[in-house]
Design a protein around this ligand. Structure first.
Ligand code: C5P
Length: 284
């Protein structure tokens, strides 16, 4: 038996635009995404000689074949055309679930990366991201990492200049938002709050943190905020604490603020932690 270890990094959507509904039921997206240091720890035993299994330290995470990490191992070995003779996955969770932080997708991407390395890297980064798309729409970016533009369903990735150094305060409210329900809502609504993606790309090219922070925008946010006033309230508190910009990530419900000084991000976290779960993070 061999044990592999891999960190599973969360993601933030700096911009998220919905361009339309596709014939396959998914939505055509355009999103500038950023990988951050907040991570789960993934451990994989291969060649266990036993049935596949998955363990986590959190009750709200599935421990069967519906877990994206389990699916990723299945997709990987199917593509490799090899039987791993037993896989056990252990996930130490830190990334909150149903937050828009890509927690499950990050775990899946970590499995793909660890198994690929163990197999002698038969798949390139592009090929591994393509395998990730079979597991979920955010998995390709989680394989890709850094700062990237995600298009299509989320699987068409273009590297972008690194996000300038900054600190994030991430706040998880005590409610979650259903991703499919929010996309359904987007289909019924006319989206008027939409990012200027080109301005964000220019800001990254210029390495201008203030401009990046000023262009944070998530087209799904008003749809979630309609039912959840906490989203706007959290943003206001972070702005009062000196955030350069704030937004909801993905389909929520987590909200983040960008700060240029650690002390200010920490102060925002301390202010909000009485009521919410908070995390401090940085770019990876
Ligand atoms: O691909 P994934 O399983 O992560 O997607 C979860 C849900 O999010 C889908 O069932 C779909 O409702 C929605 N989705 C979408 N368009 C995308 C990505 C996700 O409609 N590009």
């Amino acid at each position: 038996m061999i044990t592999l270890q891999e960190p599973a990094y969360a993601k933030l959507n700096l911009t998220l635009d919905i361009l339309g509904k596709r014939p396959d039921g998914y939505h055509e997206l355009r999103s500038v995404m950023q990988q951050i240091a907040l991570c789960d720890e993934v451990e994989i035993d291969v060649e266990t000689g036993e049935d596949w299994s998955l363990e986590t330290d959190r009750d709200d995470v599935p421990t069967d074949s519906t877990n994206l990490a389990w699916k990723a191992a299945g997709v990987f070995y199917q593509a490799l055309g090899k039987d791993p003779q037993g896989v056990t996955i252990r996930i130490q969770k830190r990334i909150p679930s149903q937050a828009g932080l890509g927690g499950g997708s990050a775990d899946a991407a970590a499995v793909l990366k660890a198994l690929n390395r163990h197999a002698g890297s038969p798949f390139s980064r592009e090929e591994l991201a393509r395998l990730g798309a079979k597991v979920g729409s955010d998995v390709p970016f989680c394989v890709w990492g850094g700062t990237a533009l995600a298009e299509g369903r989320g699987e068409v990735l273009t590297d972008l200049p690194d996000m300038p150094q900054c600190f994030y305060c991430i706040v998880m409210p005590d409610f979650s938002v259903s991703t499919p329900a929010l996309f359904d809502k987007a289909d019924q609504a006319e989206l008027t709050y939409r990012p200027d993606t080109q301005a964000m790309l220019d800001a990254l090219k210029e390495g201008d943190l203030l401009k990046v922070a000023g262009n944070l925008c998530n087209a799904m946010e008003p749809l979630a905020a309609e039912d959840h006033p906490d989203i706007a309230a959290i943003r206001t508190i972070m702005e009062d604490c000196g955030a350069l910009g704030t937004a909801m990530t993905g389909s929520g419900s987590a909200v983040y603020g960008i700060f240029d000084a650690f002390d200010m991000a920490a102060m925002a976290s301390m202010t909000l932690m009485e009521k919410y779960q908070t995390f401090l993070s940085r770019n990876i």
